[in-house]
Design a protein around this ligand. Structure first.
Ligand SMILES: *[C@@H]1O[C@H](CO)[C@@H](O)[C@H](O)[C@H]1NC(C)=O
Ligand SMILES: *[C@@H]1O[C@H](CO)[C@@H](O)[C@H](O)[C@H]1NC(C)=O
Ligand SMILES: *[C@@H]1O[C@H](CO)[C@@H](O)[C@H](O)[C@H]1NC(C)=O
Length: 407
């Protein structure tokens, strides 16, 4: 391997290591005790594996995007004995390197999808292209490099749009949107273009990702500054799959060389999650992390480096070709319709959605209707606590239910 490549690969692996560490994988997980491996991609059913065993009804839907991706969407209809009328649909959108298992991970009384169904909501769970439930395409195979030619720009303009339209059409109702991490950026970017808002009632943004230039994690900063992801991308690593054997081997090597480094990354990268259930880490690793495109990772690294929220930067001539302008078009957060009900929850220990960056977003929303913007600051929460925390039902989901009642 050329010397110029070694550093980027190591940096990439540091990044990988820290994402996984943050997810709990390197935190007390004995890899020989992780239980049975997840079902194969062709047999990957979130309904069958994660929902129906708890006694909830669950439907598997597919949604085809305008650019041909076939997305798996799960629906948990209202679960209210003796009450057939359901409340509004709620669409749950996971974050980077995750899938809909995010919402059904803990036991039913602690997982948002089940709690919503118990409260009479019609629950829909999206899965972004490239994740196991959404690997289909009308003409491409996921082993084709062209399959991975997208970033969150496409998740906004194709995946989210198609999924919203599907829920809207099947239920005949406007929906509440709940997103975590990168899913919040997808929503914010769409709303800033005045898209989707005609199909929705409100949006709940947990650990909102928007501006990233003050990302508190010095590991993330250092990684992004040095991240030579473009190089990797052009070298042909189109799919970014942390479960690939090479990634696994490198990760293991790296963490064996320095477990303390991995420990530091856990604290330094996403912040110390207060409230994860370490005895469920095995379940986590059965399903996550999910693949994404390398190009998507590069796009996020661009945001960290530049502090902008704009489309993928192809460089001067590339931008002219793609956008007919020398710099990528910007998503202007202050263009989000002021009367869209928003609930923004962020954590004091979150090293990805850092307090400064969340405040920068809130500043952009300063002319938002005062009675349409709820913010919640949870001092002890880090990035993953918002969806996996064993007390999130108390801290977050109860207030969210109250917010839904008003909107
Ligand atoms: C992991 O679990 C296996 C099987 O239960 C056990 O034999 C092994 O000693 C454990 N390893 C560690 C490092 O705890
Ligand atoms: C497919 O899923 C079913 C039910 O979850 C399971 O019993 C079976 O072993 C799985 N098959 C494969 C090949 O993973
Ligand atoms: C943590 O996970 C274990 C194993 O799934 C479960 O038995 C336990 O109730 C969970 N604890 C909490 C506080 O949710």
């Amino acid at each position: 391997m050329a010397e110029s490549l070694v550093a980027p690969v190591l940096r990439l692996m540091l990044f990988v290591c820290s994402v996984l560490a943050a997810s709990g994988r390197l935190h007390g997980v004995n890899r020989s005790q992780q239980g049975r491996p997840p079902s194969s991609a062709s047999n990957y059913s979130i309904c069958a594996n994660m929902v129906r065993p708890w006694g909830y009804a669950c439907e598997e839907h597919t949604v085809t995007t305008k650019d041909g991706y076939i997305l798996g969407v799960q629906r948990i209809p209202a679960h209210e004995p003796g009450q057939r009328m359901s409340k509004a649909p709620v669409l749950l959108q996971h974050g980077l390197l995750m899938d809909a298992v995010t919402w059904v991970y803990n036991q039913p009384d602690k997982s948002l999808a089940f709690i919503l169904a118990d409260n009479g909501y019609d629950v829909w769970m999206a899965n972004s292209r490239g994740t196991k439930p959404s690997l289909g395409h009308t003409s491409l195979s996921s082993s084709d490099p062209a399959y991975w030619e997208w970033t969150w720009d496409e998740l906004v303009s194709y995946d989210l749009t198609a999924t919203f339209q599907h829920v809207n059409r099947v239920t005949g109702q406007n929906l509440h949107y709940v997103a975590h991490s990168l899913g919040t950026l997808m929503g914010l970017a769409a709303f800033s273009q005045n898209k989707l808002v005609n199909m929705m009632r409100s949006a709940v943004l947990l650990s909102p990702i928007a501006y990233l230039n003050n990302i508190p994690s010095m590991f993330a900063r250092a990684t992004a500054n040095m991240f030579v992801g473009e190089e990797l991308y052009w070298l042909g690593l189109h799919e970014f799959n942390l479960k690939g054997e090479a990634a696994d081997a490198l990760l293991n090597t790296l963490c064996k060389i320095s477990t303390s480094l991995c420990g530091d990354l856990l604290n330094g990268f996403t912040g110390q999650n207060c409230c994860l259930n370490s005895s469920r880490a095995g379940i986590f690793f059965e399903y996550e992390p999910q693949p994404t495109s390398t190009k998507n990772m590069v796009h996020i690294a661009q945001m960290i480096r530049t502090g902008t929220i704009r489309k993928f930067d192809y460089g001067g001539t590339g931008n002219m070709n793609h956008y007919a302008q020398p710099t990528p078009p910007v998503y202007d957060m202050s263009s989000i319709p002021a009367d869209l009900p928003l609930y923004v929850a962020y954590g004091g220990r979150d090293m990805l959605a850092g307090v400064k960056d969340v405040h920068a977003l809130l500043n952009k929303l300063e002319s938002h209707d005062v009675d349409k913007l709820v913010t919640q600051y949870v001092a002890e929460y880090a990035h993953a606590d918002f969806v996996f925390g064993v007390n999130a039902h108390d801290r977050i989901y109860d207030p969210v239910l109250a917010f839904f009642k008003l909107n």
